[in-house]
Design a protein around this ligand. Structure first.
Ligand code: WTA
Length: 631
């Protein structure tokens, strides 16, 4: 790649080698075609996949509800696993897994199918039928992927809860989805510590009447509580005659739900984002194929967790649909040394690496020596996701990891969008800090609160103007909230992303950050309301307000303002206790970086906490309109 001085901008062009091999070239023309006739574009992609019965209509759009590939019948597992079994890919490695303790496992597509089919039969024996919900709360181990695929294979709906969440977060998600089965493990390794998944599950399930069965994978092998009649070991079940390796893949409607994935919104209750099968699989397949330029011989590594949408789409479903070899690593990037990630790249010969700005920044501070002890020459393309990447981290990633030859795909998207929305392609001239342009078929703009496009380089709200196949279909059991949150905030029947952004004169989009009460901590999405309600559940806390504050490594860190109940006084011990309390309720990722005790919180006359004002004061920014502030 060469660095050129394009209108005095920092622009990075791809090398001839990258261009010559790209799966797709000629973005501008193809993009115009794709938005002029999106149905033809998406039908063309969907035809690369297997369908039991073709669709009658590509899109049925009744604002704000979309149906894609109407009446088409398929199953994502038929595309991610089954169809490879009759080709040379049956012998290809589907998943390479490395545990934090160096243990490794590989599964060919043939072996993956066998495990998935067996576990699908186990789930059936546990009474799971098409449409039932299954909660998966696991460490990053192959059984997590097997559980997701087995659930989808029999037409049930998975709700994966990130293994770093704790009791309250898990409980709320089990209750909302009314899951019959919870799949967990006796623990997981993270930074040489054991995450006590089973005791957290026990706490959460105790108050969840829908749960009949808990299936437990033995990862650690230490003593845990097993409740007779409710809890079963995964390996015991997989050895029973019920776990036959033959299982038909259920024929599903394109619009049947595939999964629910809970994400933080602006109220305390997490939103169950619902993705359906046909459109989602078509969308993520296309995005991965074109953006990450996947080749048959590639080894792909996405460092995310399957518990987040990035893992759903780009560890599990899209790589497997493309017949790729996908790498999964269980633990911490710095265990035992800060070169763990680079050792994995070297050991497995990773070609495409997809990670987060926080990951990059946290390893950057250990210096280049840790990177340079490893051979990273297999890398061809890099990617980032989850939060804006600061140009300094971008350049380090480009120079130190990519050795100035790997284009960086800065992909902007959300749990709700299913896959990449604003993204470069390998051919795109890159500008550090910009996610470049909309993917094929995506009509995006930056507008003011009335929905009018703002001038170039002015900040506004990022919106999407047309439906796309990977979009969420609804919020589970709450279509009204779906409508209100995403489609009615900005006039013009457009999808509101909740992000602010700028578009430059060349059409490059620069994401600024969240506009709502969502905080992105190390790329993890948390709602201020969730953090506040965790704090208020402590006996010492009367009121709390959480804000996001810039942080060198995490991008954003949580600061909370706390009003104590009478009888309690501020102290360092109490501060520590409150931080641990939040970690116990929600999970370590939600632990506040800073706590400040205050006498009162600024509120509007209608009693809403003015977090915007707290933030402005904290950061020394203008206070803006405070006319609604209560005296
Ligand atoms: C942020 C993660 C800047 C954004 C896939 C979005 C980004 C939220 C980027 C969604 C990026 C994601 N540049 N910001 N490349 N990618 N974001 O649902 O604020 O966990 O709205 O999905 O992450 O977070 P979520």
């Amino acid at each position: 790649m060469t660095v050129s001085d394009n209108k005095n901008k920092d622009v990075y062009n791809p090398s001839k080698g990258i261009l010559d091999k790209a799966n797709i070239r000629g973005y501008e023309k193809l993009y115009q075609q794709s938005i002029k006739n999106p149905e033809a574009f998406w039908a063309g992609i969907a035809k690369e996949l297997n369908w039991y019965k073709p669709w009658k209509k590509v899109l049925e759009w009744k604002y704000p509800f979309a149906k894609w590939f109407v009446d088409g019948k398929t199953n994502i597992v038929a595309n991610a696993v089954d169809r490879h079994l009759t080709t040379f890919r049956r012998n290809k490695i589907a998943i390479i897994w490395e545990g934090e303790n160096n243990e490794t496992k590989t599964l060919s597509y043939y072996a993956l199918n066998r495990e998935v089919s067996k576990f699908a039969n186990v789930l059936k024996a546990a009474g799971i039928k098409k449409g039932d919900r299954v909660t998966i709360y696991m460490p990053r181990i192959p059984e997590q992927v097997i559980a997701m695929l087995a659930t989808a294979k029999i037409g049930a709906i998975h709700s994966v809860v990130y293994g770093g969440f704790s009791v309250e977060a898990l409980h709320a998600r089990i209750i909302d989805s009314a899951s019959k089965v919870v799949i967990t493990a006796d623990g997981g390794y993270m930074n040489n510590k054991i995450v006590q998944l089973k005791s957290i599950t026990d706490e959460a399930v105790k108050r969840s009447p829908s749960v009949e069965t808990v299936i437990v994978v033995k990862r650690i092998g230490h003593d845990i509580n097993m409740e007779s009649g409710r809890d079963y070991w995964y390996h015991d079940l997989m050895n029973l005659p019920i776990a036959s390796p033959k299982c038909e893949t259920e024929v599903m409607d394109a619009e049947d739900p595939l999964y629910i994935l809970y994400t933080s919104g602006t109220t305390g209750a997490p939103k169950g984002v619902v993705h359906t099968i046909g459109g989602y699989m078509t969308y993520i397949y296309a995005t991965m194929k074109y953006v990450f330029d996947i080749k048959e011989e590639d080894r792909w590594w996405c460092t995310a967790d399957p518990g987040w949408v990035t893992g759903h789409s780009y560890i599990v479903y899209a790589p497997l649909m493309l017949g790729t070899t996908s790498i999964m690593y269980e633990g911490s990037p710095t265990y035992p040394y800060p070169d763990r990630w680079w050792s994995i790249v070297e050991k497995y010969g990773v070609n495409v690496l997809y990670t987060t700005p926080t990951g990059i920044r946290s390893l950057m501070r250990f210096g280049e020596l840790w990177v340079n002890r490893r051979d990273l020459s297999s890398l061809r393309l890099l990617g980032t996701v989850g939060e804006p990447i600061n140009p300094e981290a971008w350049r380090w990633y480009y120079r130190v990891i990519g050795k100035e030859k790997c284009p960086i795909m800065d992909t902007w998207w959300q749990t709700e969008t299913g896959g990449f929305m604003i993204t470069p392609l390998p051919e795109t001239p890159l500008r550090p800090g910009s996610a470049a342009k909309p993917f094929f078929g995506i009509v995006a703009d930056v507008v003011d609160e009335k929905g009018r496009p703002v001038s170039p380089n002015m900040e506004g709200s990022l919106i999407i103007k047309k439906p796309w196949p990977g979009m969420l279909r609804t919020i589970y059991r709450d279509p009204e909230r779906y409508k209100k949150v995403y489609w009615e905030k900005i006039p013009g029947n457009v999808y509101t992303t909740g992000d602010s952004a700028k578009k430059d004169e060349d059409g490059y989009i620069w994401i600024i950050g969240r506009q709502d009460d969502v905080i992105k901590v190390s790329g993890y999405r948390l709602g201020t309301a969730e953090i506040e309600s965790a704090l208020v559940s402590h006996p010492a806390v009367a009121e709390a307000a959480a804000i996001g504050k810039p942080h060198e490594i995490k991008g954003t860190a949580i600061k909370v303002f706390v009003v104590l109940r009478t009888g309690f006084s501020a102290s360092d011990d109490l501060m520590d206790e409150l931080r641990s309390h939040v970690a116990k309720e929600l999970g370590p990722i939600a632990k506040p970086e800073e706590i400040q005790f205050v006498d009162s919180l600024p509120k509007t006359r209608s009693g809403k906490i003015m977090r915007r004002l707290l933030k402005a004061r904290e950061l020394g920014m203008p206070e803006g309109d405070i006319s609604t502030l209560e005296e």
